[in-house]
Design a protein around this ligand. Structure first.
Ligand code: GLY
Ligand code: MN
Ligand code: MN
Length: 465
């Protein structure tokens, strides 16, 4: 299997990417990696994360570097570490050595970048200092990435075309991120019974990720308040009867991500009501994964999730009416207010810095409908795309207590019946699914989804509660 740890294969992968870019775009390209942000003073910075578009073509997370791509050639621009740096940071590879590893045609100091600038396309980085440098060196306005214009927009379209479908080098990294994420979730499940706080479960998962020299691909969610979709608090006590919603994914050193959610009872035992709703979400998860194959519209998978969840809620007596009518009126969104998933790659929501340019097929725009406005991907699936499938059920007070919502849906929700499910705040089940030529492959399939198997893993972790 091709791996990035093999130097030749990294250089070959990167060469192939820039040659394909040259076929899509005539203009030369300048991409910056970005720099660290200080926490409170420069010698104590936040961890560095290189810009994803830079990483795609330069492979390595180089700080304060730029690349120039033209006609399939790559030039690397970075300065040697200053003389005093060896005392604090040790010896750093020389730019020429790095150029060799990534198959660059030449390496230059940053001071030699400005003469290449005329006519170059770029994509705005997130850190403000580098963003200002981009505009200064290119001597023109650089629009934020989600509002690219002119040649920068042409570049964004070309890069999105390439990054939508993963090559062998990317897939090797994505599989490693998925495998470590699976192990982290198993560790989290096993740690739960002896944990007092959400933070202790998070810590057990972080231990696995860090021990593999990876980091979190996004702010991890380990919460008994799953109704807050991206909850990043970890201080709550785990109480008998709670469900723990855990959405944690690892990212490889080269920046490739995984994104997985499981929900488990902190005691290892689902109540009857929790189990009923868990199985509704799982039915949607399984139906959607079954549907993933080339040519299928991702929006139809979202629709299938909505219909499957709605059928389950009708069967439980929570919703009343015909499934198709309920989905048409967005009743599912009362409990499943987000999209069925998104692209996954170098970013957890891959290329979301470009707005909907990558996620939405040309000519399509985001709906403002309640049940559709958070759908992040709306394209026909192609082999090589990696997507998440992540249905969920949540009781969000801001939705369910909203007077307008209650009025709109008063005839279709059995509120008394719903009240019997008050021990479920949030359930989400999320896997990373690769579209293959024949159908799909779940990269995170080694992590069980069935309630019994999850309970077994939690129960295997001890017996303190
Ligand atoms: N972890 C963020 C998401 O699932 O989209
Ligand atoms: Mn996700
Ligand atoms: Mn997630």
């Amino acid at each position: 299997m091709e791996t990035y740890s093999d130097r030749n294969s990294l250089a070959t992968t990167l060469r192939d990417r820039r040659q394909r870019l040259a076929q899509l775009l005539d203009a030369p390209v300048m991409l910056w990696s970005g720099q660290r942000s200080p926490r409170n003073f420069p010698a104590n910075p936040f961890p560095f994360r290189a810009s994803s578009h830079f990483l795609y073509f330069a492979g390595l997370p180089l700080e304060n570097a730029a690349i120039y791509l033209k006609d399939g050639k790559l030039e690397l621009f970075m300065d040697e570490a200053p003389p005093g740096s060896i005392l604090w940071h040790g010896e750093m590879p020389k730019p020429e050595e790095i150029a060799g590893i990534i198959g660059a045609d030449a390496a230059f100091p940053l001071s030699e970048l400005p003469p290449r600038a005329p006519g170059a396309a770029t994509i705005a980085v997130q850190d403000v200092i580098t963003y200002l440098q981009q505009a200064q060196i290119l001597n023109r306005r650089v629009a934020p990435a989600n509002a690219t214009e002119g040649i920068d927009r042409d570049l964004a379209i070309a890069i999105a075309t390439l990054r939508l479908c993963h090559d062998g080098g990317a897939l090797s990294e994505l599989r490693q991120a998925a495998a470590v994420t699976v192990e982290a979730h198993k560790a989290g499940m096993r740690a739960t019974k002896s944990a007092q706080l959400e933070a202790a479960v998070r810590g057990a998962m972080a231990e696995v990720i860090i021990a593999h020299n990876m980091m979190d691909a996004y702010g991890g969610i380990v919460t008994v308040h799953g109704e807050v979709l991206h909850n990043e608090q970890y201080h709550h006590l785990l109480q008998p009867g709670d469900l723990l919603l855990v959405d944690v994914g690892a990212e490889t050193e080269m920046g490739w991500a995984s994104d997985v959610t499981r929900t488990w009872p902190v005691t290892g035992k689902f109540s009857a009501t929790q189990r009923d709703l868990y199985d509704v979400v799982l039915a949607a998860h399984d139906a959607c994964i079954d549907k993933v194959r080339p040519g299928v519209e991702y929006g139809d998978i979202h629709l299938l999730a909505a219909a499957t969840m709605t059928q389950g809620l009708v069967d439980l007596g929570i919703l009343r009416g015909q499934v198709s009518d309920l989905v048409e009126m967005d009743a599912h969104a009362l409990f499943f207010p987000h999209g069925i998933g998104h692209l996954l790659g170098l970013d957890v929501h891959d290329m979301e810095d470009l707005g909907d340019l990558a996620g939405y097929e040309d000519g399509r725009t985001r709906s403002d409908r309640f049940g559709w406005c958070y759908l992040r991907l709306n394209r026909p699936l192609q082999p090589g795309m990696l997507v998440t499938i992540e249905p969920g059920f949540y009781q969000v007070p801001a939705i369910l207590q909203d007077s307008e919502c209650r009025a709109n849906y008063k005839d279709v929700v059995n509120w008394e019946r719903l009240a019997q499910f008050s021990d479920v705040r949030g359930i989400r089940i999320e896997d990373d699914v690769l579209v293959t030529e024949q159908g799909s492959e779940v990269l995170t399939a080694a992590l069980p989804t069935a309630a019994e198997a999850i309970a077994e893993l939690v129960l295997s972790g001890g017996n303190l509660l």
